[in-house]
Design a protein around this ligand. Sequence first.
Ligand SMILES: Nc1nc2c(c(=O)[nH]1)N[C@H]1C(S)=C(S)[C@@H](COP(=O)(O)O)O[C@H]1N2
Ligand SMILES: [Mo]
Length: 252
Amino acid sequence: MTIEKPVARALLRDDNDIRKIERRLFLKQTLSVGALTLLTGCDVTDIGAVQKVTAAMSKWNDGVQAALFSQTRLAPEYAESDITRPFPFNAYYKRDRVPFVDGATYKLEVSGLVQNKQSWTLDQLRALPQASQITRHVCVEGWSAIGKWGGVPFRAFLERIGADTRAAYVGFKCADDYYSSLDMATALHPQTLLALTYADQTLPPQYGFPMKLRIPTKLGFKNPKHIMTMFVTNDYPGGYWEDKGYNWFSGS
Ligand SMILES: Nc1nc2c(c(=O)[nH]1)N[C@H]1C(S)=C(S)[C@@H](COP(=O)(O)O)O[C@H]1N2
Ligand SMILES: [Mo]
C-alpha cells in the first residue's frame, strides 16, 4: 500500500528504468482500489468509503515518508540535450481552459505566519536573485518529462518575507480551482523553486503563468501552477488531488 515509495526511490536514482517504475506505480494504484475493496468490504462505487481509507493510509504514509526525508537529498539534474520537446501540458481540464492571468496587474499575495505580508508584482519577483534547474517532472498518471525552469529559490523567498520556518506547512491557491500544500522541509529544500520561466522564456500560460512552484523532489501534482496566494500555516491545508485521496507527501 506504500504507493509513492517507488517514485521516491526513482527520483533519487539514475533514471534508466524510470519508465518501468512509473508503469508499475500506475498499475499498483489501479490495483490498490481493488485491494481496498477486499480489505474494507466496501464497493469501489462507494467512493466516500474508499476515500476515507485511502486518506487514512495516506496520512500514515506521510509520517513514514517525512521521517525518511532528507533536506540534503537532491533530485537528479540533467543537460539541455535531455530536455523533452515539446514538454507535456497537464491539468484537471483541457488546454483550452488554461486560466488567463494578466501579468501587468498580477500580485502574489502572501499571508499567514510571515512578518511581511506585502504582495509581490512580477517585476519585484524578477528583481530577486534567480536560479535555474533542468529536472524531471514525474506525473502519477504514468509519464515523466525533463524541463528547464528558472526563478527565485523558494527558501530565499521565505527568508525574505520573514516566514516562520518552524511552521508546518506552506499552502498555495491558484488562478484555477487548484490548491496545494507542502511540508516546510520541502519548502526549504535547495531545489524548490518559485518558477517564473520555462526554457529561459517567461513561463507560458499552459505551464503556469505567471508563477508556479517547481519541486523536483515531489510528484507533478504537488507543483502548483498559476499561484495567486501563498500562506504559511500550522493548519493542514490539503490539496486538490490530496483531498481526493492522493498521498499528500508524494515525494522524497
Ligand atoms: N493550477 C494547477 N496546477 C497544477 C495542475 C492543475 O490542474 N492546476 N495539475 C498538476 C499536475 S497533475 C501536473 S502533472 C502538472 C503539469 O504541469 P505541466 O502542464 O507544466 O506539465 O501541474 C500540476 N499543477
Ligand atoms: Mo500530474
